[in-house]
Design a protein around this ligand. Sequence first.
Ligand code: UFG
Length: 334
Amino acid sequence: MKILVTGGLGFIGSHTVCELLKENYEVVVADNLSNSSIDVIDKIKTITGKEIVFYNCDVCIEESLEEIFKKEQIDAVIHFAAYKAVGESVSNPIMYYENNLISTIKVCKVMKKYNVKRFVFSSSATVYGSPKTLPIKEDFPLSTTNPYGTTKLMNEKILEDICLSDSDFSVVILRYFNPIGAHESGLIGENPKGIPNNLMPYIVRVANKELKELSVFGNDYNTHDGTGVRDYIHVVDLAKGHIKAIEKATNSTGVNIYNLGTGTGYSVLDLVETFKKVNNIDVPYKIVDRRPGDIAECYADPTKAYEELGWKAELGIEDMCKDSYNFILKQNKK
Ligand code: UFG
């Protein structure tokens, strides 16, 4: 079976490509390198011993996509390619709506033309807005607080409408919680350009003395230590969820939606302390004001993914902290 992975050189995409190759899928990657590096292709080969077919392609451009579908016999698509920075989406909403909506529309349009009807979509727990109760189930009310989140929700709606119009179409929507960690080889991982927005990439840079100290955004939330609680999930576990999603998309029609999280919440300080302990390194921090738009707590009820996909997260917070740091150490040794 041949899978087109858009954004397949990115953080979650590259780990998913490795899992697909491990499971003997053929993989075609379309990535425009806007937030990824061409070196990842070689790293994937080192990890898996297998080759991918790569297209340097902006999936918003229909003609470029058509090239791929003409040449390759694609059976299913996993669509990662998207912008993902919340703050940037607030300051540049047009860029986010254009890129994140047009890409999905074009991919689906070309899929329809070439009669490909299996689609896995990268969504986010951000579509739950500020949940009234926890843990979060897939049928909770949906709302968003920023353009990035709105693009995810709008894409979900577009995909539902496509399935309503075509009873052979199959879409699996995966709502990710907070992916961190890296491949155990240390060859692929998350290395954002510039100053990181997310917690783990920031912690890693502080540990590595590239940044002075972590700012902890608020310690007056109603949580066990006052700092924000999230459901951190190892990116390799998340990647494995995509294999199950492809199987589901192959064996069903219509829309199926799953939370991919561990079901356990950890606070900012839990993560910092675990990171310090497992890596035996200091992470200086200071408490600052809350970050606007943040919620106190967010963690998944992942039962549906377990019952229907047979998937559950296997790796713990210590593995996540170890692997995140190992990746950066390996990067710096080059
Ligand atoms: N935090 C800090 N200091 C930092 C960065 C983050 O204290 O420098 C705190 C935040 O306040 C929050 C926690 O760490 O409590 C996690 O923050 P992240 O920015 O790492 O992640 P978010 O939960 O805010 O957002 C992430 C993704 C979004 C996605 C969302 C889904 O970045 O794309 O999860 O819930 F939509």
